[in-house]
Design a protein around this ligand. Structure first.
Ligand SMILES: [Zn+2]
Length: 372
């Protein structure tokens, strides 16, 4: 019965006009299942005096206890009894700590469904058309369990796939991953010559790095047209010094590839929280009904109103196999109640990474590859 509530949410419209009941029912089912399965969650609820059954209204969602995202990098929180994992994902920090996320078949199916429905609502799913993919990320054949590889496999499934090129690979014969600029430039030239739409995926630092290398060679700008997209994610991290404002990034990449600036979209998501927060054509990240984002004061941890900067508390009921369904991220942001693009619901603005956490994300490691 309770599982039905979770399934019903993930089968429904990601951006409905009215929100509330469906999400709250799914979260209630998820929270009680998590408390049964994970001793750490049960202990957390006991300490906070929280009962999943108290989740009865939208405002009650604010009361759900959370764990800091760093907890998942520092320790394993095993379930009470064994269950069958379908996929294990890790964040890719080589020097830092890793999160290791276990997805069972249901969680995996729901996280994939949520991504597909979100991107479809934003007009980015076109299964009838073949597109080339330039992924400035880890080759999933060599990095099976990395969160970014999982994300790319997902993001390349929204059209028919023509050619897919991965820029971060191990050299033949082994060795550490590296960003292969020459192969990336070559792939881009060849893909542009096919006349098919192109989708560029990856970290913004790599996109900018490739753009600059292209222009340094004196090669002409491309004209890929309105069927092509750039989908970035992961932020600038250790390349903060190279970070440029989003409007400038959009202008540069738009004129380089010859695509509308509105086709350049950024994405926010965590390995621990796989719901995608994707920019609309106006450049605002939309919060789908599959999740709630609470912006919290960094000192008191109280919820903050719209427009105020705080730490992001991310909540989603898709996870039945890992206890990060209510997690305080180490990212700053703020929320707005609506967007001029017409898609209903709240939007999110990212305002950087909090603190000097020793835990490195995928993007920080990938960005370091540019220094080699
Ligand atoms: Zn919008």
């Amino acid at each position: 019965m309770s599982d039905d509530a979770v399934e019903a949410l993930f089968e429904s419209d990601p951006f409905p006009r009215r929100r509330g009941g469906r999400f709250v029912a799914a979260l209630r089912a998820c929270a009680s299942r998590q408390a049964r399965r994970f001793p750490a969650i049960r202990a957390l609820y006991g300490r906070e005096g929280f009962r999943p059954d108290a989740l009865r209204s939208e405002s009650s969602v604010l009361d759900i206890p959370f764990l800091y995202v760093s907890v998942f990098k520092e320790r394993d929180l095993p379930p009470a009894r064994p269950f069958r994992p379908a996929l294990t994902l890790t964040s890719s920090g080589t020097g830092g700590q890793k999160s290791r996320i276990v997805l069972d078949a249901g969680s995996l199916r729901r996280v994939k469904a949520s991504a597909e429905r979100v991107y479809a609502a934003l007009g980015m799913v076109d299964k009838g058309t073949a597109a080339n993919y330039l992924c400035m990320t880890y080759d999933p054949r060599q990095a099976r369990d990395l969160g970014t590889a999982f994300t790319d496999e997902l993001l390349t499934s929204f059209t028919a796939r023509a050619r897919v090129h991965y820029a971060i690979r191990r050299p033949p014969g082994g060795g550490p991953f590296r960003f292969d600029l020459e192969a990336t430039l070559r792939a881009l030239r060849e893909m542009a010559a096919t006349g098919l739409p192109l989708r560029v995926l990856g970290f913004p630092a790599h996109v900018l790095f490739t753009l600059r290398a292209w222009r340094e060679r004196g090669w002409p700008d491309l004209r890929l047209g309105r069927g092509s997209w750039v989908m970035t994610g992961g932020g600038w991290k250790s390349h903060a010094g190279d970070a440029i404002p989003k409007p400038e990034f959009r202008r540069l990449v738009s004129s380089w590839l010859g695509i509308p600036a509105g086709n350049i979209r950024d994405l926010y998501g965590l390995v621990e929280h796989g719901i995608p927060y994707v920019e609309c054509r106006r450049g605002r990240m939309h919060v789908p009904d599959y999740a709630r984002v609470v912006v919290r004061d960094p000192v008191t941890l109280r919820p903050l109103p719209y427009g105020r900067k705080g730490l992001l508390h991310l909540i989603t009921p898709y996870l039945s196999s890992f206890p990060s369904f209510s997690v305080l991220a180490s990212d700053w942001g703020l929320k707005r109640p609506r967007c001029a693009c017409g898609l209903p619901g709240e939007t999110l603005e990212l305002l950087g990474r909090a603190g000097t956490s020793p835990a490195k994300g995928c993007a920080i490691t990938a960005a370091e590859l540019l220094k080699r």
